[in-house]
Design a protein around this ligand. Structure first.
Ligand code: F6P
Length: 329
């Protein structure tokens, strides 16, 4: 261990995700097991600037593993994006005796961590906490599995009404720049297609998607659409409008699942993942690691330099696209 690490600060930042509490719990309990003090920082980086500090003990995280959201609260701090904000954050850290930081969050949050670590030479360990699953170097992020299950449950319900009315539904799911949620929820719910930022969709394909449902004598069709904008409007509305104009014989509807995807009880998978990653974060600090993100690859914990986790594009497995295409024919 770097000798000077007596106290760590822990924060959650950016969009919340189910399993963040399990991660906070694992970090806190593992730190205390190793006699490291824990300070919970509320509202992400903003709490570091506003000194929203809480002394955490093992019992501070009791009865939290099953809870969605984050007990530390979260924020997207604009102030932390400025050099002045980061300077105040650092002064407050020093004053509170915080020697290292554990940051749980997505791409933006870990990009902030990287900048902070570079400017002030602070050991930081990142945990991938986002429903989007878009961090490079890890097979899964904390919250992705829970969000996927939530989406599938909703799509199953929409299928009932889509079938009853012979309708085509465009269902918009989260994942601004990444199609993991749309692609995998389409496979898991038996949808006709997924429209994702990683692969282009043209007019002919759209007609084909609609026909797929018909060919299987299902008079309905379900298309999962990643939330990326198209021509200034949400993708799901864009495609629904096109269907209305170009195929008026089909009755199209749009459902936007929105923030319900981020809430709810974490799945068993996310609780286990978060527990393993939280434990690994403290182990990594004890080994002298710094400025890495904890990832999981083939069920093994791995260390990924934060600079790689946030800069590299995580590719979508092409096999998933083929599987959906074949199974929805
Ligand atoms: O980054 C996670 C995420 O849920 C994205 O999928 C989504 O685009 C974004 O957050 C929404 O952010 P907000 O809750 O700030 O509107």
């Amino acid at each position: 261990m770097e000798k000077h690490i007596k106290t760590i600060g822990i924060l959650t930042s950016g969009g919340d995700s189910p399993g963040m509490n399990a991660a906070i719990r694992a970090v806190t309990r593992t730190a205390r097991f190793n006699n490291i003090n824990v300070i919970g920082i509320q509202r992400g980086y903003q709490g570091l600037i506003d000194k929203e500090f809480l002394k955490f003990t093992s019992s501070s995280v009791s009865n939290t593993i099953q809870r969605g959201g984050t007990i530390l609260k979260t924020a997207r701090s604009k102030e932390f994006m400025t050099p002045k904000g980061r300077k105040i954050a650092h002064e407050n850290m020093v004053e509170a005796g915080i020697d290292a930081l554990i940051v749980i969050g997505g791409n933006g949050s870990l990009t902030g961590a990287q900048q902070f670590a570079k400017e002030f030479d602070i050991p930081i360990i990142g945990l991938p906490g986002t429903i989007d699953n878009d961090l490079y170097g890890t097979d899964a992020t904390i919250g992705y599995d829970s969000a996927l299950n939530t989406i599938v449950e909703c799509v199953d319900k929409i299928r009932d009404t889509a079938n009853s009315h012979d309708r085509i539904f465009f269902i918009e799911v989260m994942g601004r720049d990444a199609g993991f949620l749309a692609q995998n929820s389409a496979i898991a719910s038996g949808a006709e297609a997924a429209i994702i930022p990683e692969s282009a969709t043209d007019v002919d394909q759209l007609a084909d998607f609609i026909e797929r449902g018909k060919r299987k004598s299902k008079n309905s069709a379900i298309v999962l659409v990643s939330e990326a904008q198209k021509d200034g409007v949400g993708g799901a509305f864009y495609y629904a409008e096109r269907v209305k104009k170009e195929y008026p014989q089909f009755d199209a509807r749009v459902t936007i699942l929105g923030h319900l995807q981020r809430g709810g009880t974490p799945s068993a998978y996310d609780r286990i993942l978060a527990s393993r990653m939280g434990y690994a974060a403290i182990e990594a600090l004890l080994e002298g690691q710094r400025n890495i993100m904890i990832g999981i690859k083939n069920d093994e914990i791995v260390y990924v330099p934060i600079s790689r986790a946030v800069k590299m594009n995580k590719p979508i497995n092409q096999e998933l696209i083929t599987v959906l295409n074949v199974l929805s024919m």
